[in-house]
Design a protein around this ligand. Sequence first.
Ligand code: SF4
Ligand code: SF3
Length: 549
Amino acid sequence: MSMFCFQCQETAKNQGCTVRGVCGKQEPTANLQDLLIHTLKGLAIAGKKADELGRYDREVGRTIIRGLFATITNANFDDAVISRLILEAVAQRDTLRKECEAKDATWAQKLHDAATWAPKKGEDLQVKALLVGIPSEPNEDVRSLQQLLIIGLKGIAAYADHALVLGYEDDAIYRFIVDGLISTTQKLSVDEMVGMVLKAGEIAVTTMALLDKANTETYGSPEITKVSTGVRRNPGILISGHDLKDMDELLQQTEGTGVDVYTHGEMLPCHYYPAFKKYKHLAGNYGGSWWLQDKEFASFNGPILLTTNCIIPVKDSYKDRFYTTGMAGWPGTKHIPDRKPRKQKDFSPLIAQAKKCAPPQELENGEIVGGFAHNQVMAVAGKVVEAVKSGAIKRFVVMAGCDGRQKSRNYFTEVAEALPKDTIILTAGCAKYRYNKLDLGDIGGIPRVLDAGQCNDSYSLAVIALKLKEAFGLESINDLPLSFDIAWYEQKAVAVLLALLHLGVKGIRLGPTLPAFLSPAVAKVLVDNFDIKPTGEVQADVEAMMAGK
Ligand code: SF4
Ligand code: SF3
């Protein structure tokens, strides 16, 4: 085995990618990512000790969240970037370590391997990487719980980084991520590890709430909006990923240039924010979810900006128009550097290139309606409660999460079609592309698919559920006429799942397959305590959900 990765839903044979990632990740990149995680554990140990000695350093948390974010599925495939992140973390760790040793000489002798193993400058990173991969933990259940925690931390880190970009941080989040990483280097009991995983759910809620605050305080609360799926006659720039600040600066810099901006994939919800809606050259949404980009990026004709995940292997047909920024990266393509203090990122290379490109080729010509984040839904809460009481709405089904390539994901389209006409689908994330262009109608003016936004906005769905619980005077979310049929693919969805468990949600259906990183014993813990179940046959699942099961 030359690599091992099982962090996403499309992992080979639902066991693990061992030769090359189904996502396109190559062996050296996978191994460097393992080494980066390992190095971040060493940094966490040094950062924790410094904190205990009264020298808390926020930069530790910042470095760790960026590093974790770079390892999520489809974010960064560039070995040079991953190697740089490793060496930066090593340098930071060594500085802290020297300071700690100067204050507490006994600590140096007690250091765990995780801090000492991590590479020194000039060492062969690939050789080091082989020592620290996932299979190096022999006990299946210990490995499963450690990886469940690390994978959840990756999702939390992605959300924390989005908040950080907008200037919002919380030391409690950083401190938990540090403790979580350290816990995976210690010989904890299974119960203690389960405790850490559940605590990660609590921190996921905190982090998503922070991101919600960052987004809405900066760009306003999402509003119900119709988004065009057609094209105009100007050349355009297509922006994908999840980063709202990149969108903000791109819209400012393209205004008045004759270049339109289109969203792709998870950037669709940008149209719902007041701060972005005001731009007349924000032309519409182009195409579907991430895995269709090889065809859609080719026909777009103009420059494409990937701000985060999901990148799929870049085709020659659009490689010269493909740019990454932030924690996203693809080797051999152009990268827009980070912003300097008090300056914007410079998107002028994309604008200059766009002016020489043909307008996008039309793929479709319709509309998508969205913007049902918690503020907007609560504005019509009275109408919603009334519709439930009158029996016009029988049930809400949360179908949030990720989309993916596998045919089995048609399940989610078929469930949306099979749900009775008196049900409402609550969604967020790119999972919505499985049904957001279907004509599913409305219930007394309330659309049957309510899109709260990106996967980053899943918090909105939790807030809606909690507010509905209050409105109906119920004890628990589980007493609501509410089912969860969640589609997962990458690590942010795992963080969302842990958040839902922390909020006490029971009976979640999860698909299209259960995570490969859950050992049978760990899966049993989730089934016994939270009644998690795999998605099954469409008709049987719909009937069970309508019966509250
Ligand atoms: Fe395989 Fe998913 Fe890991 Fe890519 S991210 S190597 S597809 S498990
Ligand atoms: Fe999608 Fe990658 Fe998860 Fe943001 S864009 S939800 S998969």
